[in-house]
Write a protein that binds this ligand. Structure first.
Ligand code: FES
Length: 636
């Protein structure tokens, strides 16, 4: 295939690609991330670019208007490169730098308890290093190299009769390694219930060992670099999951992955690349060699875990929604292609069900939910709302599809929590004047989940909407912000001149209805789970909220719109990225890892689509805050 030169503007980035490549794939190659909500099917319209020069082959234009087409606007996923081109990628088509939840953004109680938890579980990392000095063999002391090493390891590790495994690749080099080191070596091992596994043998050194705690989110991936000797987070890095080029959500990624074996490998490779890029950055910043990374724990939802391992995810989305495995065997970094010690073991958190995955098990471990008699409700709010309820005696979980509204999807000016997103809204009830708080303190370009919750609560209080979310155009203020267009009714949050764009930033009646449906699904999930186990709200001691959205959520406004139950604010805790925290805990504590595996087995999954309870609760929750106001006494 001939090679073409593509220049991306305004980045001024030039790459060479084979003709026949889509612009979407070429942009990803140039590390320019373009939104691709439908995974390149040409239906979502998110991947718009402007062809400034060149004659590409266009295989689809979706719902681009004649005006857009005449201005050179094309869908990147349906534009095939033929010859050199100059392409402009407008800001609204880009996955922008995300406020990746690294887990340290919320300084609070949970960080303390996380620290306490490590003390409770005990600092005993999954990987350890042992300095071993063997005596040289002689004609009379003539046992094999491996037998001599095993004997000494068994003594030092107090291993009893637990097996000690050694992979072939290490065995192959063992004789030379031992002799070159003059029998003074360091052995890195992973210590699991099933026995010890040697992951590295080198000439004796006392360098510290490091491990990786990895959260594979559908949207973002976060990696902590951990010093295993003291449990400290040496450094951390997060970025978008490169799988985003194959679709925004788990369903579109499954659809892409199951199309062919090649697609499954491509999507697997995308997340491995993402992790490796993050690891490379961490290692180069800290001047640490890959061979000092001796262990990793990964937490992700069930689909992310299966895709990371290259396991066919097809049946996750087909009734009765069965994942391939719950417990995941440990896999070597070599097999996964990760940039760490090749024989180091990578441990993935177990899943409970197709829609309650390892990230939720990790969160449950960090919340310490399964210890003590007090009942805790743990909610991870994202596209799916995953909910866990229980205490030391029982644990139930469910997942409810909230839709993408809280992450900005399906909302006219919706966006993820990133610079330019409105995260706080104040509305003067008399004049309908608006004050905004914008992430990054720049001009507002859209509104993120926490801003939407704020906005809805304030619009309700100001009488802009009624309890069903209907706009009240006859508002006594007569404000110009409240208006009707040809398409919808809307409220102006920021005028175009204040927003640095060409359009006013608005929230429409349709947006409001979408948010009501999303919050209704979460609240209905909570109520359904409570009903099933006959637990009254008052019996819940703590409500722990996790997720990118949870980190910035205003409890008062969340209750006001009926997203969260009406309980005293003191009962709510925010935990941020509980997935990566759980990965760290397991990496540093064998007991925590065993408990995580136990949690995965112990947690009962409730499928909400079975029976009418969820649907009844959902319909009742489609009001602000709810049809049954007795459930929200503080909102009267
Ligand atoms: Fe191109 Fe959806 S239209 S990714």
């Amino acid at each position: 295939m001939p090679i073409a030169q593509i220049k991306f503007m305004p980045d001024n980035r030039i790459i060479q690609v084979e003709e026949g490549t889509t612009l979407l794939a070429a942009a990803a190659q140039a590390e320019i991330f373009i939104k691709s909500g439908c995974g390149g099917k040409g239906t979502c319209g998110a991947c718009k670019v402007v062809v400034q020069s060149g004659e590409p082959q266009v295989t689809g234009t979706g719902n681009l208007t004649p005006d857009q087409l005449s201005k050179g606007v094309r869908l990147a996923c349906k534009t095939i490169i033929q010859g050199d081109m100059i392409i402009e990628v407008p800001p609204e088509s880009r996955l922008q730098e995300h406020q990746v939840l690294l887990g340290d953004t919320q300084k609070g109680l949970l960080q303390e308890s996380e620290h306490d938890l490590l003390e409770t579980f005990g600092h005993h990392p999954l990987a350890t290093k042992q300095r071993i000095v063997l005596s040289s063999p002689t004609l009379t002391e003539n046992t094999s190299d491996w037998a001599r090493l095993t004997m000494e390891l068994r003594r030092v590790l107090k291993a009893g009769d637990r097996p000690i495994h050694i992979p072939l690749s290490i065995l192959q080099n063992l004789p030379e390694t031992l002799r070159k080191a003059n029998w003074d070596i360091s052995v890195t091992l992973t210590d699991l219930e099933s026995g010890f596994t040697v992951t590295h043998v080198e000439a004796g050194n006392n360098n510290p060992l490091f491990g990786l705690a990895i959260d594979i989110g559908t949207t973002t991936v976060v990696v902590y670099l951990i010093d295993l000797s003291n449990g400290k987070i040496v450094d951390q890095q997060g970025s978008y999951n490169k799988q985003a080029r194959y679709g925004d959500d788990v369903i579109s990624r499954i659809v892409y992955a199951v199309e062919s074996e090649e697609n499954l490998q491509l999507i697997r490779q995308a997340v491995v690349e993402t992790i490796n890029d993050l690891v490379d950055k961490l290692l180069s910043r800290q001047s640490i060699p890959q061979t000092d990374i001796s262990s990793a724990v990964v937490a992700g939802n069930t689909t992310m875990t299966q895709l990371f391992l290259g396991v066919d995810p097809k049946y996750i989305r087909l009734e009765p929604y069965i994942p391939t495995m719950s417990t995941v065997p440990s896999v070597t970094a070599r097999d996964l292609g990760l940039h760490m010690l090749p024989e180091a073991l990578v441990h993935c958190y177990p899943s409970v069900a197709s829609y309650v995955g390892g990230d939720i098990v990790a969160g449950t471990l960090v919340t310490d939910l399964a210890n003590g008699e007090d009942i805790t409700l743990f909610i991870d709010i994202g596209t799916n709302g995953e909910i866990v309820l229980g205490n030391q005696d029982w644990l139930v979980s469910c997942a409810c599809s909230a839709g993408p509204s809280f992450e900005g999807g399906g909302i006219t000016f919706g966006m993820r929590a990133m610079p330019g997103a409105i995260e706080r809204v104040v509305i003067d009830s008399d004049t309908l004047d608006v004050s905004l708080k914008v992430i990054g303190k720049g001009l507002p370009v859209g509104i993120c989940g926490s801003g939407l919750v704020d906005c809805l609560a304030k619009m309700l209080s100001a009488g802009i909407i009624d309890r069903a979310g209907n706009f009240q155009l006859g508002h006594p203020s007569g404000s110009e912000r409240l208006r009707e267009t040809a398409d919808d009714k809307e409220f102006v949050l920021a005028w175009a001149h204040q927003a640095g764009g060409q359009k006013d930033v608005v929230i429409t009646e349709n947006d409001v209805k979408n948010i009501i449906r999303a919050k209704g699904a979460i609240y209905a999930g909570i109520r359904s789970l409570l009903n099933m186990v006959a637990v009254d709200l008052e019996m819940i001691s703590r409500i722990v909220i996790a997720g990118g959205f949870g980190n910035y959520l205003n409890v008062h406004d969340s209750v006001r719109i009926g997203l969260l139950p009406d309980l005293e604010p003191e009962r709510f805790e925010f935990i941020g990225n509980s997935s990566v925290k759980g990965a760290r805990l397991a990496l540093l504590s064998q007991r925590a890892w065993r408990e995580a595996e136990e949690l995965g087995r112990k947690m009962t999954y409730v499928e909400l689509s079975v029976g009418a309870t969820f649907m009844d609760e959902y319909v009742s929750a489609l009001f602000l805050p709810h049809t049954d106001l007795s459930l929200f006494p503080s909102c009267h």
